[in-house]
Design a protein around this ligand. Structure first.
Ligand code: GLY
Length: 378
């Protein structure tokens, strides 16, 4: 078969990402990388919300390459997460990010029963965070003694609800899906602005369910438009439509996607927040770009042919720019795959560095282009 120019760079990007990941796996092993500092990924405790991305990336490569050494590391990461799952107290709403990319991935690829049970336990803990009055999934536990954040819900949870949709399918019990849909309906009502941008944090009165405040969170300001939060919403709504078939989610996913695509910078990679009026300079968030690209590719398969073209073209422009302008392919002294991610600008944490979720979604998006699934959110 003749290779087109497009296929050539996709295959090159995939090959370079795989090569670097294999090399990284020798140092990182079954650790939990988050952000790269001075060329090396800093490893976090397994309870940090990012724990699924490294094993998830290894599963994605294993599915395509059959490389058993990658599978063994992913399994070892998953086993370490048992301490977090059984320890319970450190679990928050990120159960989806953590167990979809470890146990659900393992179960999908190998049929491992222990992984299925782990993922079902995680889904039960996630379901138990649902606040019936406000119809939201509680985000966090108190960060410090005495703090009450039982009324807080955040846009990131759009990605976590896929674990609940999976559990309903797996058990035949609709309760998990009911909770996922109730939360996503709340996202439609309270998080999405008419222009397709989103709030990061909405605070509810946990007793009455009334909205009390909308907060900027990891974005620049309460009324700004944090780009990774926008990507979480875009992809999470497309997933909610995939799982439920509810047209409202598809409509909202398109609204958010249209906002995202029309706010991109000249090189197609998003600034870390779309509404800073230039106050934070040129700072990008490549992780928002790669996450949105994967979501756009899913969305492209859910809409009419002409709309599909817009979303696929948008995703490909982001991916190609990330490959050509932000990749670290020739730099053996950098473990991250993509430069210029921004984790938490307001708290000045991990700003302008490679981030493991940027790398994960980049690999996942390439796998979508290569039609080399499965995809663990689905
Ligand atoms: N709060 C998770 C994130 O940084 O997107």
């Amino acid at each position: 078969m003749m290779m087109t120019a497009k296929q050539t760079w996709i295959d090159e990007a995939w090959g370079k990402a795989l090569e670097k990941t294999k090399s990284n796996s020798e140092r990182i092993g079954a650790g939990f990388p988050h952000a790269s500092q001075d060329g090396k990924y800093v490893l976090e405790a397994p309870n940090w919300w990012t724990a699924g991305f490294w094993p998830g990336m290894l599963w994605q490569f294993y599915a395509e390459s059959g490389d058993e050494s990658l599978k063994a590391i992913a399994e070892a990461c998953e086993q370490q997460l048992d301490e977090v799952l059984d320890g319970y107290v450190k679990l928050d709403h990120d159960l989806g990010f953590m167990w979809l990319l470890t146990s659900v991935a393992n179960f999908k690829l190998t049929g491992d029963e222990a992984s299925r049970i782990r993922a079902l336990k995680a889904a039960n803990y996630l379901a138990a965070r649902f606040n019936l009055k406000g119809r939201y999934i509680r985000a966090w536990n108190p960060w410090r003694e005495g703090e009450d954040n039982s009324g807080i819900a955040i846009i990131d949870c759009c990605m976590n609800t896929s674990l609940l949709f999976w559990a309903s399918r797996e058990t035949g019990d609709p309760r998990y899906r009911h909770i996922a849909e109730a939360h996503m309906d709340t996202v439609l009502e309270h998080f999405i602005r008419p222009d397709g941008s989103v709030y990061h944090i909405v605070s509810f009165n946990p007793e009455t369910g009334e909205v009390t405040e909308k907060l900027g969170g990891q974005g620049y300001a309460p009324e700004s438009a944090w780009s990774r939060g926008t990507a979480w919403a875009l992809y999470g709504l497309a997933l909610a439509y995939h799982h439920s078939g509810k047209q409202e989610y598809l409509h909202a996913a398109q609204q958010v996607a249209n906002f995202f695509l029309t706010r991109l910078s000249e090189d197609h990679v998003p600034h870390w927040d779309f509404r800073t009026s230039g106050a934070t300079g040129d700072l990008r968030d490549t992780s928002a770009g790669s996450c949105a690209a994967s979501g756009l590719l899913l969305l492209a398969g859910q809409v009419t042919a002409s709309e599909s073209h817009v979303y696929r073209k948008g995703a490909m422009k982001i991916l190609e720019s990330l490959y050509r302008n932000y990749g670290t392919w020739e730099n053996a002294d950098e473990e991250g795959l993509l430069l210029h991610g921004t984790s938490h600008y307001p708290e000045n944490r991990n700003v302008d560095v490679p981030l493991i979720y940027g790398d994960f979604f980049y690999v996942e998006a390439l796998a979508r282009v290569k039609e080399a699934g499965p995809f663990y959110w689905e």
